[in-house]
Design a protein around this ligand. Structure first.
Ligand code: PEP
Ligand code: MG
Length: 579
């Protein structure tokens, strides 16, 4: 038996035999052709492009129907690359001028594209290299006439183990017996992860060498929630997980029944559970999970779609589709949180030395006013259609907030001049995610309609621990007494000022923190849509009076370890399945 830890990118447990997919690397020889063979190679190339484009079109249509336009849009990029005359011309030139065979010429040119993506600073753009590999494999398969491993013939459920699957390969799993996916490569934000998550297939990525360690037909347990893969489990482990699988099944069925019930405590206090989304299609999933609105829409993900900046119309269409999915429920649109690790580094000539402390988020927007106003106009336009709220991220002082409001006023004037309707009194809020904002909370509260505590960043800036650096990951915890006291003070100030206050960091979706948060008086939580049922169950299993006692005790501890142990124990007491 061997247990491997990776990144759980899609939750759920599966137990089945493995199918190992060989790395689909085609061996392409350095082959040249004679003069008289050139026309045939060019013809082969043209047919290869056509067949690849036809395949992508089919895939795009199926994906749009099954998973929505956003997932399908991933393949727009593939289509766009293959439709470029320049790409085709470059490959054709290698065939005519250097007498390369079509497959070899295609590989040479596409490898050049991949190198360019690999050299990009921005990790999101760097991940695009996988899309180019995906395109290369598809085209080469056409040019050399090989089919990949055929998974369509499987008759029993299997767990697919591979070195690296592309988004296209994952998208095709819907029609197979694959019930879970384990991969050597990949991470949370890769397109492959986004697609597998939206298909609801449990998956663990970043397992480094799992494909070398598993043989076909080995039994595997995959736990996408914990990010674990157990290879050849012993009987004890199998029995434990089978029982766990059944418990989870019963638990999940119970949770589904909770969908239409309110998040109300046993002493009658009503909490509001909202969702965090990155893509418009998630608004629909959120409604299915029983959300009461969108508490955080991370709009910078619009930049994932293409390398060009989104237009005002593209912003607007995205917001419009979210509003359409949630109806009357509130939608809090966060303005662009670009910078740090997202997008801007690859755009600047000199990458910043310390990007998390650099030109990110609201600071970036205030230095790029046109880009900011494009988004603000789109949000305002959408405000005429639903309960839209606007939220500025990473505010670290009053001047920043005031400047952002001035730009918003400008955007309003633009729309007024054009006679475009919008909501004049659109609620304006800020994220509290810097210690400066937490300490100056009273002044900030006077100038906003609501606040939302972004603990992902607040923890990183309070503890001076990079949230994305695995070397210091053990130091990054919301259980640190300094963080908890800060949260108590923010909530207390907001309550006194009668300003709506929510929390939208990952902490909101962890059952372990529910008692503490309720106990300090926080009743609005915004989380990943999948977390809503569990958090609702936790809230319904306790009372605010009890939570207040737990919070009070929590605040007496000196170390994060004491806090974590205590909160785990208390949560287990009210609902043992939760942890
Ligand atoms: C946060 O910082 O807690 C937050 C919700 O924003 P993001 O994770 O997008 O930085
Ligand atoms: Mg943040």
């Amino acid at each position: 038996m061997e247990i491997k830890k990776g990144i759980g990118v899609s939750p759920g447990v599966a137990i089945a035999n493995a199918v190992v997919l060989d790395a689909e690397e085609y061996r392409i020889a350095h082959k040249t052709v004679r003069d008289e063979e050139i026309p045939a190679e060019l013809e082969r190339l043209a047919q290869g492009f056509e067949a690849s484009l036809a395949e992508i079109n089919t895939l795009r249509t199926t994906m749009a129907r099954q998973l929505g336009a956003d997932i399908a849009a991933i393949f727009d990029f593939h289509h766009g690359v293959l439709s470029q005359a320049r790409l085709r011309d470059q490959i054709a030139a290698l065939i005519t001028e250097r007498h390369y065979a079509a497959a070899f010429a295609a590989r040479e040119v596409l490898r050049g594209y991949q190198r360019r993506f690999l050299n990009m600073q921005d990790h999101i753009l760097r991940e695009r290299v996988r899309d180019v590999q995906d395109i290369e494999r598809r085209l080469l398969r056409q040019l050399i006439g090989q089919g990949g491993e055929n998974l369509a013939h499987l008759t029993d459920p299997v767990i697919l183990v591979a070195h690296d699957l592309t988004a296209s390969q994952i998208a095709n799993l819907g029609r197979t017996k694959v019930i879970a996916v384990a991969m050597d490569a990949g991470g949370l934000t890769s397109h492959a992860a986004i697609v597998v998550r939206s298909m609801g297939i449990p998956a663990v990525m970043g397992l480094k060498d799992v494909s070398a360690e598993v043989s076909g037909s080995d039994t595997i347990i995959l736990d996408g929630t914990k990010g674990l893969v157990v290879i050849r489990p012993d009987n004890e482990m199998l029995t434990e997980y089978r029982a766990e699988e059944q418990r989870m099944h019963a638990f999940v069925t119970g949770l589904i029944e909770l969908r239409d019930k309110p998040a109300v405590t046993q002493d009658g206090v009503r909490a509001t559970l909202l969702s965090n989304i990155e893509f418009p299609y998630e608004a629909k999933t959120s409604v299915e999970k029983g959300t009461e609105g969108i508490g955080l829409y991370r709009t910078e993900f619009l930049y994932l779609r293409s390398e060009a900046e989104p237009t005002e119309e593209e912003h607007y269409q995205a917001y419009h589709s979210v509003i359409k999915a949630v109806g009357e429920k509130p939608v809090t649109i966060r303005t662009l949180d670009l910078g740090a690790d997202k997008y801007t580094q690859s755009q600047s000539r000199e990458p910043e030395r310390n990007p998390f402390l650099g030109l990110r988020s609201i600071r970036y927007c205030l230095q790029n006013l046109e880009l900011f106003k494009v988004q603000l106009r789109a949000i305002l336009r959408a405000s005429a259609e639903g309960d839209v709220r606007i939220m500025f991220p990473l505010i670290s002082g009053l001047m920043e907030l005031r400047q952002a409001k001035i730009v918003l006023r400008d955007a309003m004037e633009d729309l007024e001049e054009m006679g475009v309707p919008f909501r004049q009194d659109i609620p304006i809020g800020i994220m509290i995610e810097t210690p400066a904002a937490a300490i100056q909370i009273k002044e900030l509260l006077r100038e906003v309609d609501f606040i939302s505590i972004g603990t992902n960043d607040l923890v990183q800036y309070t503890l001076a621990v990079d949230r994305g650096n695995e070397r210091v990951a053990s130091l990054y915890t919301a259980s640190h007494p300094a963080v908890l006291r800060m949260l108590r003070d923010i909530v207390r100030s907001a309550t006194r000022a009668q300003v709506e206050c929510s929390l939208c960091g990952e902490m909101a979706g962890e059952p372990m923190y529910v008692l503490f948060l309720l106990g300090i008086g926080l009743c609005q939580l915004s989380m990943a849509p999948n977390d809503i049922p569990e958090i609702k169950k936790t809230i319904r299993s306790t009372s605010v009076a009890h939570a207040a006692r737990v919070a009070k005790r929590t605040l007496t501890f000196d170390t994060d370890r004491q806090v974590t142990n205590y909160l785990r124990d208390e949560t287990r007491k009210i609902s043992p399945e939760l942890l």
